[in-house]
Structures are given as structure tokens and as C-alpha cells.
Design a binder for this molecule. Structure first.
Ligand code: PEP
Length: 230
């Protein structure tokens, strides 16, 4: 299983260090063979020790240059970061990242050999129209993406389930994942959207779910480690 923690605009450098110390203590009691990713904010990126991979929540598709407010590969290299989250619905919506921009970013970081956690997900208005419109919407988010890139992980995150406390139902996850798997084949597929200790077991036992991407419930090291150890 893959467990990914997305801190978004939460945590500081100090609290991230404390979080990682706590996580290391909690996870050392078990033989964790799962893959763990942590995506802290930029200011907390560092070379941390532990059984996890640190990734960037975002970056600009350049090595360096005149792109005020952005960071590129040079800044990520300083901390050995080779994993990036791309296509999160918050970036698509609030930062106006179009499919074209998202695809360009994927192509650039793929060329740099990065591991890419690529997010897709539909809004509630589409989910309410039924399964076919949902799949049409999701498949359009593969436009320009090399879905067979060997360092790609796809995260299905229905927008209406993100940060709302309302996860998709097991039936919705199962049907959507099985349809997505027919397209992406062996590419790992995560579910994200209000995953928490109370529903982790149900979600990770669904066929076609290879792991989870967690926002709110990952902010507390105890809650995240409970999920990893579930
Ligand atoms: C996310 O934003 O990737 C996410 C899954 O958030 P939450 O767990 O808070 O729904």
C-alpha cells in the first residue's frame, strides 16, 4: 500500500520536524513495508531521515530562472527531492492550472526522472450527472499525460470529498477505480478524499485501491501513523 500525506499550506519547518520525529517513533515498532510519502510546504523541505519519501506539492517546470515566487529543479535538488504532486484539484481551481499546463508540468518532470503523483477528480455537479459523465471527465484529465510512465502514480480524488469529511462510498470508489484501472493498467492508483483512521481499512480493502492520498487526517502524526499501521 501507498500512504501519502499532503500538508498543503499547513505545518512549519519546526512542526514538520517534530511530526517526522513522532512518525519515526511510531512506525519503528512495526515492519512497515508500505510506501510512505510526505508532502510538506516548501519552507519545510529538508533532508529528513526515515522510512518515507519527501515530495514537493508543486514546482515550476524549469531548472531555475526568472519566475518570481516559484521554485524549480535546482531548489528541489538541494534536498534530494525527486517526487512531485501534479494536478491537485486545488491547484487546478485556485491557481488556474489548465489541463495543458498540468500536462506540460508532467512532461517536464518526467523528463527529469521525477516520480509523479498525478491527481484527477470530478466536481459534484459531474458526479450528480452519473457514472458516464464522471468517467468522461476523468479521462479528459489524462489528456497529454503519459499514463504508462513507470514512475507515475495516479490519485483519484473526487473534489466533493476533499476536506469535506464526506468520503466517496465504497461502491463509488470501487466502480471508478475499476474503470480507471482498465485504462492505466498497472499504474498504481490511490484514492483521496476524507480518508481518516475510521475509514482507512474499508477503503484500502477495495479492489483497485493501491493506497491513499490524505490531507486533513495526515496533519497529525498519530492519526497518519494509525492509518499506515492499520
Ligand atoms: C487532498 O486534498 O489531497 C485530500 C485528500 O484532502 P482530505 O484528506 O482533507 O480530504
Amino acid at each position: 500500500m501507498i500512504y501519502a500525506a499532503n500538508f498543503k499550506t499547513n505545518q512549519t519547518r519546526k512542526s514538520t520536524r517534530q511530526y517526522i520525529e513522532e512518525l519515526n517513533v511510531k512506525l519503528c515498532t512495526k515492519d512497515v513495508r508500505d510506501k510512505i510519502y510526505i508532502f510538506p510546504p516548501f519552507t519545510a523541505l529538508d533532508n529528513y531521515e526515515g522510512n518515507f519519501t519527501i515530495g514537493a506539492q508543486n514546482a515550476y517546470p524549469v531548472h531555475n530562472g526568472a519566475f518570481t515566487g516559484e521554485i524549480g529543479v535546482e531548489q528541489l535538488d538541494e534536498f534530494g527531492i525527486k517526487t512531485i504532486l501534479i494536478g491537485h484539484s486545488e491547484r487546478r481551481e485556485y491557481m488556474a492550472e489548465t489541463q495543458e499546463k498540468v500536462a506540460q508540468k508532467c512532461a517536464f518532470f518526467q523528463a527529469q526522472g521525477f516520480e509523479i503523483i498525478y491527481c484527477i477528480g470530478e466536481p459534484l455537479s459531474i458526479r450528480e450527472k452519473g457514472f458516464e459523465p464522471v468517467m468522461e471527465y476523468l479521462l479528459a484529465q489524462f489528456e497529454g499525460i503519459d499514463i504508462h510512465y513507470d514512475k507515475l502514480v495516479v490519485a483519484y480524488e473526487p473534489i466533493w470529498a476533499i476536506g469535506t469529511g464526506r468520503s466517496a462510498t465504497a461502491e463509488e470508489i470501487s466502480a471508478t477505480h475499476s474503470a480507471l484501472k482498465k485504462v492505466i493498467n498497472d499504474t498504481p492508483l490511490l484514492y483521496g478524499g476524507s480518508v481518516k483512521p475510521a475509514n482507512i481499512k474499508e477503503i484500502t480493502s477495495i479492489a483497485g485501491v493501491d493506497g491513499v492520498l490524505v490531507g486533513s487526517a495526515s496533519l497529525d502524526a498519530d492519526s497518519f501513523s494509525q492509518m499506515v499501521l492499520s
